[in-house]
Design a protein around this ligand. Structure first.
Ligand code: ADP
Length: 619
């Protein structure tokens, strides 16, 4: 790089890079603005640092800000800051070479692959400044270092092979970058255009950005404020800005981690849920900043899926500016941040559960379904998630909920299992005949009607060493019925045989029920079968799914069953017996929501009514 008349030649690799920028870098040209703003913001941050560390620097009276002038008449774009500027040596070394040696190779390979490079990538290699050559053919950089006793210099380049450096008469500290826009990029001289881009990428840069004499960034990087300085109003305003929500959030949490990993976060839980949380939260989660400069929104890697209802920003100084999505996806730093955020959010919810039940319940009502899926995915925090689950239950007033912990404290001394029943909605669940036994014996049962429960709750398996058991599959030991005479035993076994014979193609077997109190019959899962409610769910998703055969439980004490037994006693061949048994079987299917065709059922009932009315008339 020999100097001739203040003219310097770019190194070969730099030339290649510039060529790549001009010819291959053409998606997102507005990125140039983000890069320039971020450099200015860095330069201003350095002044802040010099000030706070008591260093000597010139023009301490200057405000820290970034000024953009859009001069349409002369087609001139100017961006000026009062940052630390550059010395002559710095100009040569910072704006003449590529910082990282792998940069060029990487960019070349990318360009070969798809003939174009996303400008977003440019910043990560410490060459963001050059993205300006996407939109212009020539740039000048006037700069004066903040260190005392330095001259001011102007750097000029056409972005091809050379640059010049000459003294200039800039009087004060800082940098002025100016250039004419290529014809196709003249729109970058439009006020509203620039303001929109700034809003998108630099709104929270916490130095004023002034466009044609108007400050355009109203909000500061408020997550950098001390907890005690944060005003609820500004926090809420910030939330609305980033989330496009019109309501205030349910709550916010400020996180400040320092040490091996450094980041700040401002997190929000919305007050209401979108229509379909599984679909509508897909593209909405945390924004990622690097040292106050916006990197990307919806940074999926920052939170596990089940916490995606959380909105807000994460800002880390440990991440190089402007990393690509690809880099973020594979970043160990991001995955560590995600783990820390997860445990902070869980503790936050724990504190709501303990100290602000109303808030917690609103959260749970809105986002509980999504949150529960953490059971299936976040094994490290499984136990904590268990504590935060809430359920309706037979021992709790309708509309209120209990935790598993609450359930366990109410368990009977000899009770080993936590019982639950799944169903489509509360009413259907409450009519499940299998609940009768539990009601009669005052055993609490969790009533689960959220479709997500079907896929999550059975996978808890155990809580505080108590098995979670569906009442559909619970093995209830018989406590009564042992003192019946031989004759009754015989009648009963005959009755069971006849049931078995008539329904043999439809069910696995018939057994005497230990659980039914008011109902005559019920179906339960076969020996190795799935919970029948679960099975219903399977059928909704997979039309070709075929039911497993069920066990028919009959309540031998039920008057209806006893009548049947007497009928059989009188006349084993009574032609109505088969009809009655089939009808009973249909009612059991109906209660479970598994009756396939109603026609047959209606026909059976009609024939029964006909028969009984005919009988009455003939009497
Ligand atoms: P990066 O900012 O990632 O290091 P750039 O190519 O954007 O890469 O900038 C190269 C260097 O030029 C910066 O690191 C900084 O030292 C210097 N620089 C660029 N713009 C400014 C500015 N406005 N004020 C002071 N220094 C600047």
């Amino acid at each position: 790089m020999p100097a001739q008349n203040n003219s310097y030649e770019f190194k070969a690799e730099m030339k290649q890079l510039l060529k790549l920028i001009v010819h291959s870098l053409y998606t997102n040209p507005e990125i140039f603005l983000r890069e320039l703003i971020s450099n200015s913001s860095d330069a201003l941050n350095k002044i802040r640092f010099m000030r706070s560390s008591g260093q000597d620097y010139i023009n301490p009276e200057l405000d820290l800000n970034i000024k953009i002038t859009l001069d349409k008449e002369n087609n001139l774009f100017t961006i000026e800051d009062t940052g630390n500027g550059m010395t002559k040596d710095e100009l040569i070394s910072q704006l003449g070479t590529i910082a990282s040696s792998g940069t060029l190779n990487f960019l070349e390979n990318l360009a070969k692959e798809n003939n174009k490079i996303d400008a977003n990538l440019i910043g990560q290699f410490g060459v963001g400044f050059y993205s300006v050559f996407m939109v212009t053919d020539a740039v000048s950089v006037e700069t004066k270092s903040a260190y005392p006793n330095n001259d001011a210099y102007i750097w000029k380049s056409n972005g091809l092979d050379t640059f010049t450096i000459e003294k200039c008469d800039k009087a004060t500290r800082g940098t002025i970058i100016s250039f004419k826009l290529k014809d196709e990029y003249k729109s970058f001289l439009e006020d509203f255009n620039i303001k929109n881009i700034l809003k998108k990428y630099s709104n929270f840069v916490d130095f004023p950005i002034i466009v044609n004499n108007e400050v355009v960034n109203t909000l500061n990087a408020i997550w950098h404020k001390k907890k005690e300085d944060l005003q609820v109003e500004e926090v809420n305003e910030f939330y609305k800005f980033i989330s496009n929500d019109f309501q205030d959030p349910l709550g916010y949490l400020q996180v400040n981690i320092e040490g091996n990993i450094n980041f700040k976060a401002l997190l929000f839980i919305p007050n209401s849920a979108p229509e379909n949380i599984f679909r509508d939260l897909y593209d909405k989660t945390l924004h990622l900043y690097s040292s106050r400069v916006f990197i990307q929104d919806n940074c999926k890697e920052l939170l596990p899926d089940y916490l995606k209802f959380v909105q807000g920003v994460v800002d880390t100084e440990d991440l190089p500016l402007n990393v690509s999505r690809e880099v973020i996806q594979a970043s160990p730093l991001i995955s560590k941040i995600s783990k820390l955020l997860t445990s902070k959010i869980i503790s936050w919810l724990e504190s709501w559960a303990q100290n602000d039940k109303e808030k917690f319940n609103t959260f749970y009502k809105n986002f509980g379904s999504l949150f529960k899926t953490g059971i299936n995915s976040d094994f490290a925090n499984k136990e904590k998630i268990f504590e935060l689950l809430r359920f309706e239950s037979t021992s709790i007033t309708k509309g209120e909920t209990t935790s598993l912990h609450g359930y366990v404290t109410r368990m009977k001394p000899d009770q080993d299992d936590i019982y639950y029943v799944l169903g489509e909605h509360r009413e259907l669940i409450e009519n499940n005949p299998k609940l009768e036994y539990y009601k009669k014996n005052n055993i609490e049962v969790l009533l689960l009607s959220d479709p997500v429960d079907f896929f999550t709750i059975p996978y808890i398996f155990e809580y505080q060493k108590k098995k979670l058991t569906s009442i559909e599959k619970a093995q209830i030991k018989s406590t009564e019925n042992n003192d019946i005479d031989n004759k009754t035993k015989e009648t009963n076994s005959k009755l069971i045989d006849i049931f078995q014979e008539i329904l043999k193609n439809k069910i696995e077997k018939v057994v005497e029920s230990n659980t039914l109190i008011d109902s005559a019959v019920t179906l339960s899962a076969g020996t190795n079968a799935m919970d029948p409610q679960m099975e219903r769910m399977m059928k909704m998703f997979d039309k070709s799914y075929t039911d497993s055969k069920k066990i028919l439980e009959i309540n031998l004490k039920h008057p209806l069953i006893q009548n049947l037994a007497k009928l059989i006693e009188k006349n084993e061949k009574d032609k109505n017996v088969s009809e009655y048994i089939n009808l009973l079987y249909s009612t059991a299917l109906l209660i479970d929501g598994n009756l396939k065709t109603t026609n047959e059922f209606v026909e059976q009932i009609n024939s029964l009514i006909l028969q009984s009315t005919t009988n009455e008339l003939s009497n």
